[in-house]
Design a protein around this ligand. Structure first.
Ligand code: ARG
Length: 275
């Protein structure tokens, strides 16, 4: 068979797109994080390892939690090593954009605002913001709407949805913005702030640890779906990650993980409290 017979096909598939400056599907795959991760034999995951029970340190200082296990499972399925880069929450998106990490998995809520700069997978967990309330400064506070008042102070962790939502929905209140979650809790315990807005399981934990000085509003007042974030527009990697999440949900691995971390939590924290 003459090679010339294939020439028109070759011309159409390779030379025409190249001459036209078009990007081929091969080039798209080559440039994807998925391909880079497999080539370098390592998945680099960014998270702030201070968010129980999604990422926190065990007694030996090793990162553990739902997100840590999810990241390990993803690396295992990719057949590569894993490196976890622990960094401040507000620095995660810049680190992703700067190419320092391949993905973020850090209890990060998929919001429309964030989705303008990064691409999110399908959600792997759904929760909402709740409030840890000071018994000293706000003993009678029972509804978050009471906080939209110039005499009220809301503590929030910088760059989190608690921070974003507080400024948007509670414009009359004063905000105390801290880098550390613990500083927010301390503000409430000491009565400097009326409340601290954060994700449900964190608020439940802080209330459990400070039963005398705080009370909690454990009915979420926002919808917070957690998702993995990757660089904007990397649909090759996005497709793999969504398929990964779908697979572990279908084969029971996600459920086992869920059970391991949420199984022994008191029922109250798994359901929404009545008003
Ligand atoms: N879900 C919240 C957000 O996306 C808080 C996440 C905090 N995660 C962490 N690892 N500190 O803003």
């Amino acid at each position: 068979m003459s090679r010339l017979r294939f020439f028109p096909l070759l011309f159409a598939l390779v030379f025409v797109p190249v001459l036209a400056g078009a990007v081929t599907t091969f080039e798209i795959f080559e440039a994807s994080t998925l391909n880079q991760v497999v080539k370098r034999n390592k998945l680099i995951v960014g998270m702030e390892v201070k968010f129980f029970p999604f990422e926190y340190s065990d007694t030996r200082g090793e990162p553990v939690g739902v997100d840590v296990d999810l990241a390990r499972l993803a690396a295992k399925e990719l057949g590569v090593e894993i490196e976890i880069k622990d960094m401040e929450f507000s620095g995660l998106i810049p680190a992703l954009q700067g190419g320092k990490i391949d993905m973020i998995i850090s209890g990060m809520t998929r919001t429309l605002a964030r989705a303008k700069t990064v691409t999110f997978t399908k959600p792997y967990f759904e929760t909402g913001l709740c409030a840890l309330v000071s018994n000293k400064k706000a003993p009678d506070l029972t509804r978050v709407s009471q906080l939209n008042d110039p005499r009220r102070v809301i503590a929030v962790k910088l760059g989190t949805t608690g921070d974003i939502v507080a400024s948007k929905l509670f414009p009359k209140a004063r905000l105390n913005r801290y880098k550390e979650e613990t500083a927010c809790v301390l503000d409430v315990v000491a009565g400097r702030a009326d409340a601290f807005f954060y994700d449900q399981l964190s608020i439940a934990k802080h209330h459990r640890q400070n039963p005398g000085t705080t009370h909690a509003i454990l009915k979420p007042f926002t919808y917070e779906p957690y998702a993995i974030a990757i660089r904007s527009g990397d649909f090759v990697f996005l497709n793999w990650l969504n398929q990964f999440l779908e697979t572990i949900k279908a084969d029971g691995r996600y459920e086992r993980l869920h059970h391991e971390y949420f199984g022994d939590l008191p029922q109250r924290e798994k359901t929404r409290d009545p008003d």
